[in-house]
Structures are given as C-alpha cells and as structure tokens.
Design a protein around this ligand. Structure first.
Ligand SMILES: [Zn+2]
Length: 391
C-alpha cells in the first residue's frame, strides 16, 4: 500500500505532497487551510502524482447512457431511430436510473462537473428532464451538474409546441436550452426560435450544431451571425460542428473568426464523431471531428467531452474523461498537454493560492504518462477534503 500524498493536519488543514501540475512538471507541495489553497511551494522531491483542476465533462446524455439494447447502429440516422423507439416507453424513473449510473461512473473516474442533455419532445414530455434532475439532485454533494433541456429531432423549436415545451422544462429546473437544428426541415428557422427563447428566458444555449459532414447544409455561419446580431455573445456553446471540417480553409477561417467574435465555446465530441460520422460504407475516409487546431489557434475555447456512453450513438465507453482526452488527442493529432488539460478541466490548467482546494490527483509523473496509462489511482479533493470515489 503506497502512502497517500494527502497528509491531513489539525485545524482543518492538509498538505498535498509529491505532486506537479501538468504544465510545469516541477515538484510541488500544496498547503490547504479551511478548504482553500493557502500556499503552493516548489520542493525538492519526486513527482508521483499529477494535479489537475476539477474534471468537467461538458457534454453527455446521461438519461440515454447504458441503454444499448444489443443492436449497434449502421449510421447516425439509425442511432436516432433506435433511440426514439426505445424511449417511446420510458418513464421518469427509468431515465433517472440511467442518469444516476452515468453520474456515478463519471464520478468514479474523478469527474466532478457535468453538463447533460436531457431529452425533450412530445413523446418523452418532461420525463427525461424530471428523471435527470432527480438523479442530479442525488449527486449534489459530490458533483456539479447542469441540465440542458434538449429538444430532440422530434421537437422542432420553431413548431407550435416547441418553445412552450422548452420554456416549461426550464421552469421545472433545466439550466440551458438545447436543440439540434440540422435535423429539422429549416435549420435557420429552428435557430431563430431558440435564439428568441434564449432572449425571452434569459437562458444560455447549448446546440448540437451541424453533426454531419455536408457543408452545403451547415448553418453554423447563420448561427454565429444571429448570436452577434442579438447581443448573445458568450451565451452559446456549440457542440459538434463536424461539418466545419469539410469546408475549404478560407470559408472555414471566416466562420471561426465569427465564432470568436460571438464568444462561442466549442465542445468537440471525438468518441461519438469517430464512431458515427462517415459510417456505413467500410473504412471511413473522414474523421468527423471539428476544426480543433484552427479553433485553438484562433483563441476559441475548445473542450473535449464524452457525449454518449453505452447507447445507440456510441456503444462503448465509461464516462472517463482521460479516455475522451486520449481519443481527442488521437483524432485531432493534438499533442499539447496544456490544450488537452484545458479541454477536460473547463479551460483551466493549474490552481493558485486563495482558490478553493478542489482538484484531482492522478498517479503518474507527467500528463503524457497519465494519458497513456489512464491510471485507476485517482484522488478527488473537494474544498480541501479527499472524497472517496471508488464507491
Ligand atoms: Zn450530444
């Protein structure tokens, strides 16, 4: 049994030893007092643990997780059809069961922040939102969970009941407006509807935007214009953006510049995109991932998130953000440790004195080793106290 790097002292304090940030590799001691970081000092000692800011999985579908019913999808469209069929008979209790399992698996890997898209349409009604909110409440002592009211392909936000169902889901406790404009007859009209609703409700937006590889159908340019025109800068998260990768560089760069002006945060979903995009005719020729390098170079905030776990959209995975970062590294050929850490720590790379002592320690000497081994030895510390994660 190896010694813990966390030595608890009296007076609500602790010292965390033999650690390094992913950015520098220098050995550190972190002194904790009253739940906050009191001091970080360089020391002459071996590095045995890498210290990361709290892990945040910025895009999952908790109420769908672990629902795979044996049939794997032939295509993105097939995955939608399988999911819609399955959910025709789900109630709030079943959604809660699956959401809870996803939250627990993510937490067991050290994740303490999650944003989940809860299904919302005329068939599910509010069952998935209610089930997800209930499961989230049960994990509140361990994790911070945001719930997106996600209008599925069965609920066009521009339809008669679109805005009213989303507004009601927000009233019941959902935090964000979600939708998937590319799956509706007129994507621009769907975007207009969610923008109007975001203004009316003063709520943030997180859209499944252009999760396909047909550039002629992409509406991301229209979306960025609408955000700027309506003064919603900083209020939108763009998830997926696969079609951007199919544009010629001049057109792509013009859109990325607009995304920057609209202060749009991008969430890339490497596992589901690699699995589903360009699927169905043998070995895929396209990666399906959005333009991660070009977005980072332009100064956009880019995250990697897990998306689907053991469901019809991605039949594998276990909501481990190190697996997701590994897939992102490989799919995007992104070698920057700093960019990878930021992608799974909600933009953060290090911690500093005065902040809450909330962090995760992973057994290893540097981030490349951690990404390679994806070690099971992990310690979560929240507000200065170690939390048992292997329940
Ligand atoms: Zn998604």
């Amino acid at each position: 049994m190896r010694a813990s790097p966390v030595v608890i002292s009296g007076n609500n304090g602790a010292i965390i030893r033999n650690v390094a940030f992913a950015s520098s590799g220098r050995a550190l001691e972190i002194a904790v007092s009253a739940g906050k970081i009191a001091e970080i000092r360089e020391v002459d000692a071996p590095v045995e643990w890498v210290c990361l800011p709290p892990l945040v999985d910025k895009h999952v579908h908790a109420n769908r997780a672990f629902t795979l019913a044996g049939v794997k999808p032939d295509s993105f469209e097939h995955a939608i059809a399988l999911t819609m069929e399955l959910f025709s008979s789900f109630d709030a209790g079943q959604y809660a069961l699956h959401a809870r399992k996803l939250f627990q698996r993510a937490f067991s890997h050290g994740t303490t922040g999650i944003r989940t898209h809860a299904d919302l349409d005329g068939v599910t009604r509010f069952a998935a939102v209610q089930g997800t909110l209930g499961a989230a409440a049960g994990m509140a002592a361990k994790m911070s969970i945001e719930v997106v009211a996600f209008a599925t392909e069965r609920l066009d936000p521009s339809a008669a009941n679109g805005k009213s169902l989303i507004a009601e889901a927000l009233a019941r406790g959902a935090n964000f407006i979600g939708a998937t404009p590319a799956l509706h007859a007129n994507p621009r009209r769907s975007i207009d509807a969610v923008i109007e609703l975001a203004i009316e409700q003063d709520a943030g937006l997180d859209l499944h935007q252009d999760e396909h590889l047909r550039p002629e159908r992409a509406s991301v340019d229209y979306l960025a214009d609408a955000v700027i025109r309506n003064g919603l800068q900083g209020k939108l998260t763009l998830s997926h953006g696969c079609a951007l990768s199919m544009l010629e560089p001049p057109a792509r760069n013009k859109i990325i510049d607009k995304l920057l002006r609209a202060q749009i945060e991008v969430v890339a979903l490497p596992l589901t995109n690699l699995y589903l995009q360009d699927r169905g005719s043998g070995t895929p020729r396209q990666r399906g991932l959005t333009c991660v390098h070009e977005m980072l170079d332009a100064g956009l905030e880019v995250r990697f998130a897990s998306d689907n776990v053991r469901d019809a959209f991605y039949p594998y995975g276990d909501a481990d953000l190190l697996d997701t970062a590994y897939a992102g590294m490989l799919a995007a050929q992104l070698d920057s440790s700093a960019a990878l850490v930021r992608s799974i720590c909600d933009g953060r790379l290090e911690l500093s004195a005065g902040e809450p002592a909330s962090l995760v320690l992973m057994r290893g000497t540097d981030f490349d080793q951690i990404l390679s081994r994806r070690p099971s030895e992990r310690i979560v510390i929240r507000n200065g106290s170690p939390v048992e994660i292997h329940a």
